[in-house]
Ligand binder design. Structure first.
Ligand code: COA
Ligand code: AMP
Length: 629
């Protein structure tokens, strides 16, 4: 089938299209309605159906006679280890960990926060929750205790699964003290914690609350999969919004299973037995969908990598992993490629590895600059497919389609809309713009299966954030355009979200931290262009009247404060003390002008600027700070 035929088939009969896709999943009970518009905020998929996604991801393959096939390969240059798990082994360990969680009182519908480094037990814990019908909420390890605390408080987990430490180049990150601090800060306290003791650091366990992961697993009775409603939540994944309060993106089980399973063939061109490597982290949506659920639903072998694209040990690490494990498709963020290209521009390390089994490279997480895409295509001599999606959607909105033989190489574009998405460009009043014009990228409701039906405990917030601006549409928050061929370019966010090394961060959250410094009167954080990380945050602060401190000292404190409150992942390294911030006459800070100024462009202040001299003042400070010494 061609892409055009598939998209047209979906347009002609969306419910029929998804009902057919749903045949790829084993249901405990089939749906009453493929889509019920009366449920939830904009309707829900597979109403009345019941399934267990863990049974689909593991047991089903074992029962089909493929229990000895590899399900997961853990490759950790950080720990100096490679471990392989067959589907049978992964099923058995998951069933035991599910039993251990059940023994701690975790019931269907209970939340379990997972704060883990990239170890197999992170995947096992996620699948174990799914097996029990419990709702997991994975928190990325690069977040600090205060961010973890916000998520614990909102998700109100019965239990938390964590580890003694994570391994970053040059340092061991002790997770347990951060977990203890987060629990201390949170008004909600979990009943129990399951702690994986890694050999690099052993954590002190709190008697009565903390349990050793390995001992609990060994003592547990394997738990059978518990079917849940297709419309029940499988997980809550917190992502950055425009304020310091993260958004709890809810994923329902049935639609997600169907969409992910369909995407594996349609987009990635992969099926049972193929090796897929998504070089992301289980703390991000990309990790949830394409390290854990999708490859296992499709019967693939998934690679879990604890390492970096460079420095572990060198810029050939990705090619070594691809060669060693026979990876057929790699999915990573453009930042990783930029890092490799920077260190090995001629790809001499690539030439040392046998990539004969490697077929395609997929990119997402941030806009890919065309030179990086061209470099990768030239060096790899394989299709390079950029595809665009968000935590909210759970799977790609636009893509190239290996399953349909459509992956034209047009650097700067992110492919065409996937069947399921009626994507259009709207002007600021909600009118559909013709191809070639840029505006707000929006999806006509209903969103397809797999996309978030709501926010955790905040249906009104979901409506306000995504549906209210353009009635009948989901506002993606991204600006872009669709060209005459139907290919979509995503230019960047229309809100206060920035993308740093493929990590989604809120400038609003960073502003809240800066504003909490006792000497700061007001502040702005903007994302400025960064050659490696795509964007980097820059903070500008005005000190309170009468504060006569050395600006450099305050700037250092601000950098440390963001690291302490949000975490190292914010990569907040630059703050400038400025005399005033440029504002409109009504008092709105001109963040776009500040960003352009920092990028070395004409700041193009709007005519409503209150005092143009403020921009010159900021420019002078940036110049001062940029000067050596
Ligand atoms: N636990 C603890 N700390 C973490 C962490 C984790 N899971 N992940 C990142 N950090 C820390 C890093 O150690 C670093 O700390 P530092 O300030 O002490 O150096 C900081 O957070 C920033 O990390 P990062 O932005 O990743 O920068 P880096 O300099 O360590 O690495 C790259 C640069 C390009 C190699 C890296 O950003 C990368 O691989 N990016 C790809 C991202 C990706 O795959 N994103 C997934 C979206 S699809
Ligand atoms: P996240 O929710 O962390 O996956 O981040 C989603 C955001 O990352 C999107 O809203 C985009 O701004 C950006 N993004 C993701 N993939 C792409 C892509 N392929 N091209 C451009 N931007 C992207």
């Amino acid at each position: 089938m061609t892409y055009a035929a598939a998209y047209a088939a979906w347009q002609a009969d969306p419910e029929g299209w998804w009902a057919e896709a749903a045949e790829g999943i084993a249901w405990e009970r089939r749906w009453e309605r493929v889509f019920d518009p009366a449920l939830g905020t904009f309707g829900q998929w597979f109403a009345g159906a019941r399934l267990n996604i863990c049974a689909n991801a593991l047991d089903r393959h074992v029962e089909a006679g493929r229990g000895e096939q590899m399900a997961l390969i853990w490759d950790s240059p950080m720990a100096g280890r490679i471990e392989r798990f067959s589907y049978r082994e992964l099923r058995n360990r998951t069933a035991r960990v599910a039993g251990a969680l059940a023994a701690l009182g975790v019931c269907p519908g209970d939340r379990v926060v997972i704060y883990m480094p990239m170890v197999p037990e992170a995947v096992i814990a996620m699948l174990a929750c799914a097996r029990l019908g419990a709702v997991h909420s994975v928190v990325f390890g690069g977040f600090a205790a205060a961010e973890l605390a916000k998520r614990i408080e909102d998700a109100a987990p019965r239990a938390i699964v964590s580890a003694s430490c994570g391994l970053e180049p040059g340092r061991v990150v002790a997770y347990k003290p951060m977990l203890d601090a987060a629990i201390e800060m949170s008004a909600h306290k979990p009943e129990s914690c399951l702690i994986l003791q890694r050999p690099q650091v052993r954590a002190a366990l709190t008697p009565g609350r903390d349990h050793d992961f390995d001992a609990a697993e060994a003592a547990a009775t394997p738990h059978e999969p518990v079917p849940i409603a297709a419309t029940d939540p499988l997980y809550v994944l917190y992502t950055s919004g425009t304020t310091g309060k993260p958004k709890g993106i809810v994923r329902d089980a049935g639609g997600y299973a169907v969409a992910l399973h369909a995407s594996m063939g349609m987009i990635y061109g992969l099926g049972a037995g193929d090796v897929f490597w998504t070089a992301s982290d289980v703390g991000w949506v990309v990790g949830h969908s394409y390290i854990v659920y999708a490859p296992l639903l499709a019967g693939c072998t998934s690679v879990l990598y604890e390492g970096k694209p460079v420095g572990t040990p060198d810029a050939g690490a990705f090619w070594r992993v691809c060669a060693e494990h026979g990876v057929k498709a790699l999915f990573t963020a453009p930042t990783a490629l930029r890092a490799i290209k920077q260190q090995d521009p001629d790809a001499t390390l690539l030439a040392r590895h046998d990539l004969s089994r490697f077929e395609a490279l997929f990119l997402a997480g941030e806009r890919c600059d065309p030179p990086t895409a061209v470099w990768a295509a030239e060096k790899l001599r394989r299709p390079v497919v950029d595809h665009w999606w968000q935590t909210e959607t759970g799977w790609p909105i636009t893509a190239g389609f290996r399953g349909y033989g459509l992956f034209p190489f047009k650097p700067g574009t992110g492919g065409r809309p996937c069947p399921g998405y009626d994507l259009q460009v709207l002007d600021d009043h909600g009118a559909v713009l013709p191809h070639g014009q840029s505006g707000n990228l929006a999806i006509r409701l209903p969103l397809p299966p797999g996309c978030a039906p709501t926010l955790w405990n905040d249906a009104e917030g979901f409506h306000r954030a995504y549906l209210a601006d353009f009635p009948g549409w989901y506002r993606t928050g991204d600006a872009g355009e669709i060209d005459a061929d139907g290919d979509v370019s995503v230019m960047g966010r229309t809100d206060d979200i920035i993308n740093v090394a493929g990590h989604r961060l809120s400038t609003g959250a960073m502003e809240e931290v800066l504003a909490s410094h006792p000497d700061v009167a007001e502040c702005a954080v903007v994302g400025v262009a960064d050659a490696l990380k795509g964007q980097a945050p820059l903070g500008l602060v005005v000190l309170k009247a009468g504060v006569a401190r050395d600006p450099a000292e305050v700037e250092r404190e601000l950098v440390a404060l963001v690291r302490e409150r949000i975490g190292p992942v914010a990569a907040f390294r630059t703050a400038h003390v400025v005399p005033r911030l440029p504002k409109t006459r009504s008092g709105k800070i001109l963040r776009a002008s500040l960003r352009r100024l920092a990028d070395g462009e004409d700041p193009r202040p709007p005519p409503t600027i209150d005092d143009p001299a403020t921009l010159d003042e900021v420019a002078r400070v940036m110049g001062r700070a940029a000067a050596p010494g």
